[in-house]
Design a binder for this molecule. Sequence first.
Ligand SMILES: [Zn+2]
Length: 381
Amino acid sequence: MSDIYCYQAGKVYGAIFAGPRNKIGGVCAILVTNNSVVWSAKMFPSSRDALDEAQRRAGCKLSLDGYTTLSHTIIQNRLSIQWAKKAVVKIGKVYTIDAAKTSKEESMSRSHGSGKIAYVGFDLVAKRSAHTIEVIHEIVDKALKLCMSKWKWKASGIEIGFHTDIEAMGLAYAPGTGTKRQVRRVSLSVKLLESYDRKSIHRVVIHEFAHHRREEKWPRTRTSKSDGHDKLFCETLGAVDPLVNPKKQETCQFFSSVKDGSIVANIEKKLGKKAPVWSPTAGNIVMSLVGKRYRIAWVPRSRAARQWKPIVSKVYGATMIEFARRFAPGDWKKVKVVNQKCRFRGKPPRDLLGLLLYFIESGGSTARQLKEYLAAVKGTS
Ligand SMILES: [Zn+2]
């Protein structure tokens, strides 16, 4: 979801973004607006229709050419867009939500320096988080203290948001603008909060702070999103994260923590989810292709015994390792892999061991992470 057009007309904030495909193969558009009391969202057959409506409400001409990216808008806008994406299912129907629900802000004092750290929209994700807002604050506060002292960084206006709509474990908003605007925004994924321990959260927080610091200290015009993790970034992060090797770029680029099993189990219990059975006879690994990306899923073998929802992830080194960890290495050959429309070079792998070897041979960062993992497993068994 990259094409998001945000605007402000008087007191009304609005955004237009792509919705599901329409009947004639185009894309629907969702218009979401906030008049500071409620957010409302409505789906239109095309972005042109959504723009017409936005102009009617704003009472002025808006242009779709000048769209800004979400990372430059306020966290509240992102939260409302997250909400609208889930809530809006029918063309023409108006959906509303109390604005206070998506933008509830809590400020907490810092243990060092002056000022506060603001948390925006935790209410929306509190149920899924394994950590309370107080614990998250403790982690952020400590991380900030560490970064400020190691980098000699003067950081004010820290704002933490939460996201559910983007794969990344953390996001840094408009890095580099902090010195001018005195606002530094970071967003944490709910996935991170629901399955990972304090240390993993700490590492994501310092990674996102490092994005801010990198762009503030050495200002530049960014040409592509991918150059965010350059040499200066790696050095910055390496100064606060001992697990990062500034000379190996992949160590400062990818999220490499592994889920905490007891946290996952607790949250599943809290949400009333039936825990999946990780045994070669209970389920199959299903590989599928969504767009251009592989997906890996753990699916109950028989419909009759369907007690748990399939676990679905995109294929990264870290997710492959998570799947491997669920089974004893001796069982990897017994775990069946079902192929759904994935194009594999050569014969599709038929079991977990074959799948791991396939991705090792494919090269890239996934291969590197898997190799390291396999070497570690060998070392201990
Ligand atoms: Zn990053």
